[in-house]
Design a binder for this molecule. Sequence first.
Ligand SMILES: [Zn+2]
Length: 453
Amino acid sequence: MSRPASFHLPRSLEGSLSRRDFLWLMGVAGSAVLLPLSGCAIDPVTGQKTLVGMSEEQEKSLDKRQSPNQFSSDLGAVQDAGLNRYVQEVGTTLWSKSQRPQMPYSARVLNANYVNAYTFPGGSMGVTRGIMLEMNNEDELAALLGHEIGHVNARHSAERAGRELLANVALTAAGVAIASSENGRQYLPLLQPLSQIGASALLAKYSRDNEREADSLGLDYLVAGGYNPDGMAGLMNMLRSESRQKPGLLETMFASHPMSEERYQTARLTAEQKYAGQRGRPTRRERYLDNTAGLRRIQPTVESCQKGEALMAKKQLPQAEDQFGLALRHTHDDYAANVLMAKALMAQKKNREADPYLAAAKSIYPGEAQAVHLSGLAKLALRQPEAALAEFVAYDKLLPGNPSTLFFVGAANENMGNKREAANYYSRYLQSGAQGSEAQFAVTRLRDWKVIK
Ligand SMILES: [Zn+2]
């Protein structure tokens, strides 16, 4: 989840969080949660015992809780029902052949412009429109989804959570005895509940071995699904040249550049050696082109958005604004372009100018929460706290349970002069385990108001 930038803060930050405050907060939060570390589980792929930090139920519930937030920060699923259905169908062909067909898989194309795909541990997958425009045929799409299904089946997030739990315990709870329960499972004390392991952390840091394993499993699913095994090498080749031409656009999946050459060669060799008999299968290019026709019509919009986002990252805000302007000239009703234009304007404190773009975005895609959140921030900055509060309440209906909403509802209340309500929301925000600049701000307020010492 993206962290709101500091310009969203109603006032400048004072003071910082001391260690004592931190411990106090932990006491308030009552978050000395005892989580069962599911000791050893059988890896569904290898049949071997592995240490996992999440049960299957935890994988599913983490997925359910976090994936809607991540999909929204990637600007939601594209409003092209046919395209989403197509990606879901290709996915279904593959995951029905996997070792964990019982998982609640789903796949959609996201409005994000960067080149990436990811999965949550329960199997909720997102493929960006940026990467959809780079692929050449359905076999490459199947290879991409197969790779993500590989992560779910080899339980890489759970494995990683297991390693993190151990690392956390080693770092923060040295000397705390690890008690054993009757059934022999170990219970480890945690400072942070599992829900606080950020989505991005779970998504971003698969090890190189995890990536290799997901590639290998993905290739198996690709072939089991009736596709040409060369789809994996085709995908890797595309990503290899992407990482040379526009490294900034690649995230997560292929972020480690030295690997892209190795992964391409492995995919090529494995297809030759293991699946030589299936290499004659026809490549499904026509179907891919038919189903992505609508997306390819707005390719210039996506490319302008990509350029604009690269400029935003370099803080060249007026130039970014120009690019989003080009994107909108090509497709005036593109949700992503409207949201990005508003972000570029808000980053320049042009909140009043951002407002019509946000209003347009909200009417283009009423169910998507990002424009609503940004509207709340713009109104907060424009000193319209009542209107801001209404936006944050609407946001919470669309995406319930995002802790940062508590902070912004608190800030709106503070600006309305409702100190009591504000204190209540700031406390709840801190109790959610929040950290970072907003949390420090909330602590400072509560201290100023003598709610805490
Ligand atoms: Zn991966």
